[in-house]
Design a protein around this ligand. Sequence first.
Ligand code: CA
Length: 461
Amino acid sequence: MSINRTLFLLVFIITLVFGAACSATEEEQPSKPNILLILADDLGYNDLGFQGSTELKTPNLDNLAKNGVIFTNAYVTASVCSPSRAGLITGKYQQFFGHEANIPPPELGTDTTMITMADVLQENGYRTGINGKWHLGYNYNYHPNSRGFDHFWGFLGGHRSYFPEGYSPENYKAIYTNRNHTPFKGEYLTDTQADEAVSFIDEAIEPFFLFLSLAAPHAPMHALKSDMALFSNSDRPEYAAMVYAMDRAIGKVVDHLDNIGELDNTLIVFLSDNGGSPENDSENAPLKGFKGNKFEGGLRVPFMVHWPEKIRGGQRFNGLSSSLDLFPTFLNAAGIEKPQDLALDGTSLIPFMVNEQDRSPHDQLFFRKETAAAVRDGKWKLIRLDDYGYVLYDLENDPYETDDLKNQYSAQFEKMKTALKNWEKNTVDPWWNENTRWQQVTIDIHEDLMRNQPIRRINPN
Ligand code: CA
């Protein structure tokens, strides 16, 4: 064999070996999943086809649920918007950092020392975006672009018109692209949110994390006439039309992911930020209560996960779960190790879904907004109201929270009271209370966005 031929063979073999090694490495490291977090606002527990509604039309969400996992025992950390969102985005009980009351005053927001899920995903190569409602602070330090989001399109407050209104004089209701006022493109906010979401996805080269924070179906009750026409026999046509439009918007985003071949590798989570509200004609049956209180209708929410590449569809998961679990779930899905100094209060839901284990991610969950508190412990539910005292319910046998059993089950009652007391040792004084309202805004938010504001803590008293 000539030297040239020997050399050629050697190079050929080396190429084969290294080529095989490289392709094996590529196979072992599949691309990171995209993450799409869809949060509805004040959606009723029963107001989706997959939750049992026969009146409302949600075909796109029903289809996702059919191919995903429906959580039947999933909670948010507060029964009103802002603290629920603070718990979700930080993965921490919001009472541990003062974000306990609703509606931050103009100069405050979610503690800037808290790390958000967007911070960690952004640091790990995700293109991060939020679309729609923010409600976690208004000025520079609290703005989405300061909290881990590369891109923000939406409004900073808790609600706004669904129709274009030009440049709103109330800046927390104006539409922003990042830190700038933007004209409202489109005709109806829910549909425009879908269009903006599709644009964000198309512009992302890296895997993306998109927090689609829907305005719907929170009041005001603004609906398209064409959608309302579908519900002419309903006694709540505006609400039904708003939910229908919400489902259409989600369908548009999901169809787009499918069309570009990214649907199977996108982890989609859908939930509501709190229970249905009397303000919007929502329906929480079979649960008692609504937005703003500690009954199940305020705190237990529709919750569904869809990720065909990793998780078998058609499951119902009954374990006690929480919006606190989403931060660790996303890190787990993305293969990101939790930063050592980051203490999260939830746990990844991925193993429960992949291994199809019907045990609970949590033994207990805690809830408190100022003086009203609650605990879930297995099938038990404790509620404490300042002017009323305690009640203890057995949700398995009394899902509608009717029979107070604290005297019959005094050991369980004492156990849960003690657990609540111990949990409260980790809470801090709320940074603001319900007497401090954004209606009192005298600061020009638009200017505040452009400059750093020092963090000022307000004594709740
Ligand atoms: Ca809400």
